[in-house]
Design a binder for this molecule. Sequence first.
Ligand code: GLN
Length: 481
Amino acid sequence: SSWRRVIQEKNHSVNAFVCTSQLPSQPSGSDDLLLHNYAVAVKDMICTADMSTTSSSAMLKDFTSPFDATVVTLLREAGADIIGKVNCDEFGMGSLNTHSVHGPVINPFQLSSSSTSWVQREKRSAGGSSGGSAAAVVTGMCYAALSTDTGGSTRLPASYCGIVGLKPSYGLLSRWGVISFADSLDCVGVMATTVASTRHVFDILNVHDTRDPTSVTPHARAAALEEARRVWPTSALKDLRIGIPHEYFPSELSDEVLSPVRAAIENLKSRGATIVPVSLPSTPYALSAYYVISSAEASSNMARYDGVQYGLHVPLPPGSNLTNSASMYARTRSVGFGSEVQKRILLGTYALTADAFDNYFLQAQRIRRLVREDFNRVFRVPDVLSASNAVATPVDGVDVLLHPSAIRTAPLLEDDDAAASTDGLDTYVQDVLTVPASLAGLPALSVPLPNKNGQAWPVGISVVGQWGCDDMVLKVGQFLE
Ligand code: GLN
């Protein structure tokens, strides 16, 4: 099929696909299925029965799941051609797609160009952790891609690669068959070139799944939709109240990001939207809270890779005491996990120890609640999930928030200095604008801003809404295209 031809042509220069499906390219099923003949790429953290699922880790390099994840089943039922598995950071831990046993994903923009020729530019990161999903979409190797988003892994690569990326409200898309990183934050995301295609795929996946205990009931979904409709019944820009949170415009924000974001806000204003400056005061603490909580949950999730049940097994050297299972675990885990994963396991385990628990884990949970309350204080739509509604909904509140998706454009990949800095705190700072919505479980959509002649590196703007207002967020995203 034509998608497969494009993969053959382009994949070697971007390293997005790590495996392609051997199933027939024309799925059976009738033409009127919603995704008939559309190719969808799947992040290698989402299980597929016909292809391996490595999570970009040596630990799972030979692992094939006996089943499809629910999201994959839903796509197949809709007629989609699940064309292959795409690269990511190991177990989703990273922001640059450099922590992968398959090697880094190269931002396809190094090759994109004026309409006539391919321009070779410097090698930059495609973003992470879902860099392969973003690169596969932007090069036209698939119609859409599934990603995951724990703290920004869908929105950051979407922003760096110039495509649309949706992190839905927590609990809307099933995580059954999706390899866990941090359960209280993990979401399945959708990437495509337009908001309409993103919605097309999202609508197919947005159903309750009894196999995922965190999947939200149809009742709560309907309640949120109802509230959103009550607050913004016309779906018209002139009735939309957009909040601009000033904490999301830190001094580190680069100029190449700031000017197109400003222009986009001005544009919506000139078309009738009401722009309201707002404050989310807990934002500066969100990043630290995110890294404590996500690492703590990861340390627990990673415990299942023990060299016994599945995945890599590194035996003890001949002659050693075979009852010494602890050293077998240690050998397997030292070889199987990359340095970033090992770092998170250590940090997370520490945060959960009796001595550190109060100072780190509990504090982080408190910050998480403050972040959630910040959002509830600015949105007109109430939080349908919190029974008590601790914060009263403001009458002069806003419908959505708008802010840059990232503080900069895609960082350089190539030199050793860059490689060194991708290991430090610098990388974590890439996530500063995306983690608050993750902590609060809110829908967030990154939309690429207009890029003159495709010459500049892409910049994304994020639309964030109240829990369950994914439809509203997508509608606002369409106004930005
Ligand atoms: N970059 C963040 C991290 O490393 C977020 C990753 C993600 O969303 N999976 O944890």
